[in-house]
Design a protein around this ligand. Structure first.
Ligand SMILES: *[C@@H]1O[C@H](CO)[C@@H](O)[C@H](O)[C@H]1NC(C)=O
Ligand SMILES: *[C@@H]1O[C@H](CO)[C@@H](O)[C@H](O)[C@H]1NC(C)=O
Length: 319
C-alpha cells in the first residue's frame, strides 16, 4: 500500500477530478472495489470520542463522518456527523467504556440495534473497536503521505456519489427492518403489509403505526420458527453468505433514499436483496457463536483497513 500511495501522491494533478474519473483514481490508489460497503460497515456506529481515540485527537462534533442514526424511529436515517456519546471516563479501557455504553442503554427500545440481544450488542461494539484499532496504523501512514486536497481525497469524500451515503441508508434499513434484504417473503411481508396499510404523509403517524405492526409480527414469526425450524437447512448457506453480503457493493439504481421508510420498503425488499439476515442467528449457544465469530473475524485482509483509514483521513481533514 505504501508504494501505491507514494506513486499516486507524486502523480497527483491540480484540477478537481470529474465524477467519472473517480473510480480509476480510487482503484489506482489501491482502494478496494468494495470501498463503500467496507467503509460504511466500519463507520456506521462511530462516535466523536472514538474518532478522537483512534484517529484525530482534536476532532469536533462537526467531524463530517456520517453515521446511522441511533434513534431508529427518526425520519433522519443517516446523520451528517458522528455524535458525542458520553462514555464513562471513570473506565480506562475502551472495552469497559463500550460495555458500559451498551449496558446502560439496554432497555431503550428504539435505540441502537434494537433486535440484537445485550450479548450481541456487546459483541458488535467490541468488533467495531477492533476494526478501528486495526486501521490506526494505516491512518498514520496516510497522514504522513497524503494531501487532503488531493484528487484522491475529493473522490473519497464525495459520499453522495461514491456509494457511502447509499450504503449507510441500506444499513439503517437492515437495522430497522431485520431481514428486509433477505429475499424471503416470510420475513419481508410483515413490513410490506404494515407499510401498505399506512398513510405515509406524516412521519409521526406512519412511524407509530408501522412500529406496532412490525414489532408484534416480527417477534411472532421469529418465535414461530423463522429461526429454529429453518436453522439446519439455511445455517451453512447463511454463514457462508454473510461475509459476502456485508461487503459487496450494491447497485442502487432508481432508489432515492430521500423518500420515507414507508415509501421505500418495497423497493428495498425487492431490489436490494443480498440474502442476508444478520439478525437470524442469535448468540445463544456455542454453535451459533461460531456463526457470529465467522462474521466478526472479517475482514480478513488489510484492504479493509486501508479503505477505512483513507476515508477517515480525507474526511477528517477535508478543507
Ligand atoms: C488539530 O490538530 C492538527 C495537528 O495535529 C492541526 O493541524 C489542526 O489545526 C488542529 N485542528 C483544530 C481544529 O484544532
Ligand atoms: C431490560 O433489558 C433486558 C435485556 O434485553 C431484559 O432482559 C429486561 O427484561 C429488560 N428490563 C426491563 C425492565 O425492561
Amino acid at each position: 500500500m505504501l508504494v501505491v500511495l507514494v506513486v499516486f501522491f507524486l502523480g497527483a494533478v491540480a484540477a478537481a477530478p470529474t465524477l467519472d474519473q473517480c473510480p480509476r483514481i480510487m482503484s489506482e490508489a489501491g482502494l478496494s472495489p468494495n470501498f463503500a460497503p467496507m467503509v460504511t460497515h466500519s463507520i456506521h456506529s462511530l462516535t466523536v470520542e472514538d474518532i478522537r481515540y483512534y484517529f484525530k485527537p482534536n476532532a469536533t462534533e462537526e467531524n463530517g463522518i456520517p453515521t446511522v442514526n441511533l434513534d431508529v424511529r427518526s425520519a433522519e436515517r443517516v446523520l451528517p456527523n458522528a455524535p458525542l456519546i458520553g462514555y464513562d471516563d471513570a473506565f480506562k479501557t475502551k472495552a469497559l467504556k463500550s460495555f458500559d455504553l451498551v449496558m446502560r442503554n439496554m432497555n431503550r427500545t428504539w435505540w441502537g440495534i434494537p433486535k440484537y440481544s445485550v450479548l450481541e450488542k456487546v459483541a458488535h461494539a467490541l468488533h467495531m473497536a477492533e476494526a478501528w484499532e486495526n486501521a490506526m496504523g494505516e491512518y498514520k501512514m496516510i497522514e504522513r503521505l497524503l494531501d487532503p486536497e488531493s484528487d484522491l481525497c475529493s473522490c473519497v469524500t464525495d459520499i453522495e456519489n461514491n456509494g457511502i451515503l447509499n450504503h449507510l441508508n441500506l444499513i439503517a434499513f437492515k437495522i430497522r427492518y431485520p431481514g428486509i434484504t433477505s429475499g424471503k417473503d416470510s420475513l419481508t411481508n410483515q413490513y410490506l403489509t404494515s407499510a401498505n396499510s399506512t398513510d405515509s404523509t406524516t412521519v409521526d403517524t406512519h412511524t407509530r403505526k408501522k412500529r406496532g405492526g412490525y414489532d408484534a409480527s416480527y417477534d411472532a414469526s421469529y418465535d414461530a420458527g423463522g429461526y429454529e425450524a429453518s436453522y439446519d437447512a439455511s445455517y451453512s448457506a447463511a454463514r457462508d453468505n454473510a461475509p459476502v453480503a456485508w461487503h459487496r457493493s450494491v447497485r442502487f439504481d432508481g432508489i432515492n433514499f430521500d423518500l420515507s421508510d414507508v415509501e421505500l420498503l418495497k423497493d428495498v425488499a425487492e431490489k436490494l436483496v443480498d440474502k442476508s439476515n444478520v439478525m437470524g442467528y442469535h448468540i445463544d449457544s456455542a454453535e451459533h457463536w461460531e456463526y457470529w465469530k465467522n462474521v466478526l473475524k472479517l475482514p480478513q485482509d488489510e484492504s479493509h483497513y486501508y479503505d477505512l483509514a483513507m476515508f477517515m483521513f480525507c474526511k477528517l481533514n477535508q478543507v
